[in-house]
Design a protein around this ligand. Structure first.
Ligand SMILES: *Cc1c(COP(=O)(O)O)cnc(C)c1O
Length: 403
């Protein structure tokens, strides 16, 4: 046996190290559908407890929406369960084409290609369109999946300081001679909930002859007046050359992602992107669900409007209670506690009070910037937010962290 005792104990020590450093991740088991009210088993073996969910990416409250569930059922009945193929062999149905068209229309782009996930979209897109003559210039805080995509691509790599347009311009100047320059950013940064100035960024890209790439996973469906995303918020619809986004967050939360943008770039992905070519097609049941989500959010802005109101209400409540927040106007509302242990104790005590929100600390966020990240949903009613606020105040008093 090659997995000898020595090999096993090596891995055991490594895992022990994670525990000792306090960065060992444990999962909490949810016994209900994803929603504002969920039943959670924690710690493992405990009877499930009813809590208010304050940490899902279920921004529009559509993860268990009856119409989405019904559409998914209908999709299952009409198109079956699985495709047992990648897209280019025998894994493309009419509804895949339909969803690509609907995303193009929703995002205001030229074309769209589906991927098994946005992680896969980001892993495949750079390698598919860039080569050694090109340069990728990314914000220093971009999502892990973008970092992986950049690693897989042979183009030169560089970074700019988070949302710093002067620094970005200096990098664009430095790399002026490259065939293609691609500026890469998240639309909403998930740890802080902030948005970079896409209008300025777009202008800089035009001035310096660079392409603009935005991962709008924490934005598609609710940021901007009609929920198109950060490009709508900053008035640059049609000017972002590549948008990647996920169906795993606001758009029903099941799975899947896409690359949307310039027609030829999308076609390059269809020809060359490895996660597209070598991983299975998105299941028809998911496609049918996302199509209904797009119906719902194209017909009315009611849900994104409610989300905006909820987020403002939540920010105001916490601020009046003396908590320190990361400034912003997205439904990602980080409550700053600064101390890593406190963030874990605070989260545990919130759970006792019936509120589910997790604490983040180094290395997920910088040292000394530990926080509870709350995420607001259109599925929350004022009563949920009031209950959560009372719990934050009660636990805050215990640790004497607010005025
Ligand atoms: C969640 C997320 C992803 C990954 O999306 P999946 O579809 O779940 O793989 C990619 N990029 C960003 C910015 C994200 O927040």
């Amino acid at each position: 046996m090659a997995f000898t005792d020595a090999v096993r104990s090596g891995f055991q020590k490594e895992l022990e190290g994670l525990r000792a450093a306090g960065i060992f991740k444990t999962e909490r088991f949810i016994h209900s559908a994803q929603a504002a009210d969920i039943e959670v088993e924690f710690p493992a073996g405990a009877a499930p407890k009813k809590v208010v969910n304050m940490c899902a990416n279920n921004y529009l409250g559509l993860s268990s929406h009856p119409e989405v569930v019904a559409a998914a059922h209908a999709g299952l009945d009409s198109r079956g369960y699985g495709m047992s193929s990648v897209r280019f062999i025998c894994g493309t149905q009419d509804i895949h084409r339909e969803l690509e068209g609907r995303m193009t229309e929703f995002l205001g782009t030229e074309d769209t290609i589906l991927f098994p996930s946005c992680m896969d979209a980001n892993a495949g897109v750079f390698e598919a369109i860039l080569n050694e003559s090109d340069v990728m210039i990314s914000d220093r805080l971009v999502h892990a999946s973008i970092i992986d995509g950049i690693r897989l691509c042979k183009a030169e790599r560089d970074t700019f300081k988070h949302a710093d347009m002067e620094h970005l311009e200096s990098k664009l100047e430095l790399h002026a001679a490259r065939r293609l320059k691609v500026v890469i950013t998240d639309g909403v940064f998930s740890m802080d909930g902030d948005t970079p100035p896409l209008d300025e960024m777009s202008r800089l890209c035009e001035k310096r002859g660079a392409l603009l790439f935005v991962d709008d996973s924490h934005s598609t469906g609710f940021i901007g007046r009609t929920g198109r995303g950060t490009h709508e918020k900053y008035g640059v619809v049609g000017k972002v050359d590549i948008i990647t986004t996920t169906f795993g967050k606001a758009l029903g939360g099941a799975s899947g992602g896409c690359v949307s943008g310039r027609r030829e770039l999308v076609e390059m992905c269809r020809q060359r992107a490895r996660p597209y070519l070598f991983s299975n097609t998105i299941a028809p049941v998911v496609v049918a669900g996302v199509l209904r989500v797009l119906d719902l959010i194209s017909k009315s802005t009611e849900r994104r409007d409610k989300l905006e109101k909820n987020a403002a209400y939540w920010r105001k409540g916490l601020t009046s209670a003396g908590f320190v927040l990361k400034e912003g106007d997205t439904p990602i509302v980080p409550v700053m506690l600064f101390n890593a242990k406190l963030s874990q104790d605070f989260s545990r005590d919130l759970f006792e009070e019936g509120i589910y929100a997790v604490g983040f600390f180094f290395p997920v966020v910088p040292k000394g910037a530990a926080r509870i990240r709350t995420q607001i949903s259109a599925g929350h009613e004022t009563s949920h937010l009031d209950k959560a606020l009372s719990a934050f105040i009660k636990v805050g008093k215990k640790y004497e962290i607010h005025r």
